[in-house]
Design a protein around this ligand. Structure first.
Ligand SMILES: Cc1cc2nc3c(=O)[nH]c(=O)nc-3n(C[C@H](O)[C@H](O)[C@H](O)COP(=O)(O)OP(=O)(O)OC[C@H]3O[C@@H](n4cnc5c(N)ncnc54)[C@H](O)[C@@H]3O)c2cc1C
Length: 331
């Protein structure tokens, strides 16, 4: 029997895990080609640690040749999906094309700026190792500049760090900044009291995916560490040296305010990968996630050997009618 050709696009938590299972179970019955932009898997869950210089970049990279390339039936390719020829069953990449009998699309998600102007130009997202390294370099630049700045207004802007969003990623990032502040304050001789760290959240409460009592514990902790938790603050624009916010609860009249500062780390939302969406594999919902059925087949392309997995996908859990969360366990 001819070996089945399986192509996996995206070697994150979902792609690597699918490849491991398929490689072990199918042995000589399949040839698996794994295509990723990088030759390593990024441990996304530690990106904030790299951004705040606590962990070295190579500690969050797992070389794919060592993790899945070791299987005799797996071939790892560093390349990028460009388009999909569904009728010809081919993945077209920047460097070539790959035939498949079965395809797994596991290209992850991407940050969602919800159309807020200036996020792309002046904000920092935290969604790849490159993003984390950019934040790390920027934080260093701000503190070094502040150490030399005598104008108090400019110095305050340099030492103000805002994190947009109070989901896990935002709170983890703010938590890292607490430790980072202590370290750099000593190193550059700037009192910790000169640093301003803001968490900017549109909702009236933070960490809304958690049980309220746990979220309130986190709030108390952050406040005790001198973090400004700004709830009911919806960011409407981002500029190089300030953000504009609409302040006020749902039924209140909103007041427009500017928060000065040269650093905004944007962690407010995740959407499915828009490059994957462009392949028109299945219907997507508001968050651009490719809809999957209970076998993780792309809805709209069932029985064609096309599967979607991880953050790129949206499987609605029948028990609660909600999509699977964008977390490692689900991926
Ligand atoms: C800062 C941060 C902290 C987090 N913390 C937690 C946490 O504590 N707990 C938790 O459960 N989850 C956490 N998450 C979420 C978790 O990381 C994701 O849910 C998980 O990584 C999703 O896995 P995935 O395989 O779907 O996608 P990813 O891990 O994002 O992998 C997608 C892969 O696809 C590749 N790719 C993309 N486009 C292309 C293309 N065109 N061609 C080829 N390859 C492509 C990428 O290079 C990448 O390797 C965190 C996320 C972030 C950003």
């Amino acid at each position: 029997m001819a070996k089945k050709k399986i192509v996996v696009v995206g070697a994150g938590f979902a792609g690597v895990s699918a490849t491991r299972l398929l490689a072990k179970n199918l042995k000589n019955d399949a040839e698996i080609t794994v295509i990723d932009k990088h030759d390593f898997q990024t441990s996304m869950t530690q990106l904030h640690e790299v951004a705040a210089s606590r962990v070295e970049p190579d500690a969050v990279q797992y070389q794919l040749e060592r993790t899945i390339g070791k299987f005799h039936n797996v071939n790892v390719v560093k390349d990028s999906l460009v388009e999909l020829d569904k009728s010809g069953k081919k993945v077209i990449t920047e460097k070539g094309s790959y035939d498949y009998d079965y395809l797994v699309v596991s290209m992850g998600g991407e940050p969602n700026d919800f159309g807020v102007p200036g996020v792309k130009e002046y904000g920092f997202t935290l969604w790849s190792l490159e993003d984390a390294l950019k934040i790390e370099a920027h934080l260093k630049e701000m503190v070094q500049a502040a150490a030399k700045e005598s104008d108090s207004e400019k110095r305050k802007k340099l030492l103000t760090f805002s994190v947009a969003g109070s989901g896990f990623t935002g709170i983890e990032m703010a938590g890292e900044l607490i430790d980072w502040r202590k370290k750099v304050s000593k190193k550059y001789g700037i009192p910790e009291s000169e640093f301003t760290i803001n968490i900017v959240e549109m909702m009236p409460t933070i960490m809304n995916i958690l049980d309220r009592s746990l979220a309130d514990k986190a709030l108390t902790y952050l406040q005790n560490k001198n973090i400004n938790v700004l709830v009911n603050h919806g960011i409407t624009a981002v500029a190089e040296d300030h953000i504009t916010v609409n302040v006020g609860g749902r039924d209140e009249e909103k007041v427009v305010k500017e928060i000065p500062g040269n650093t905004l780390i944007w962690t407010t939302g995740v959407q499915g990968n828009t490059e994957a969406e462009a392949c028109q594999l299945s219907e997507t919902e508001r968050g651009h996630h490719l809809q999957a059925n209970e076998y993780m087949e792309a809805i709209g392309n069932e029985n064609k050997g096309i599967y979607v997995a991880g953050d790129v996908s949206g499987y609605i859990v029948p028990e609660n009618g909600r999509p699977t969360p964008q977390i490692v366990e689900a991926a």
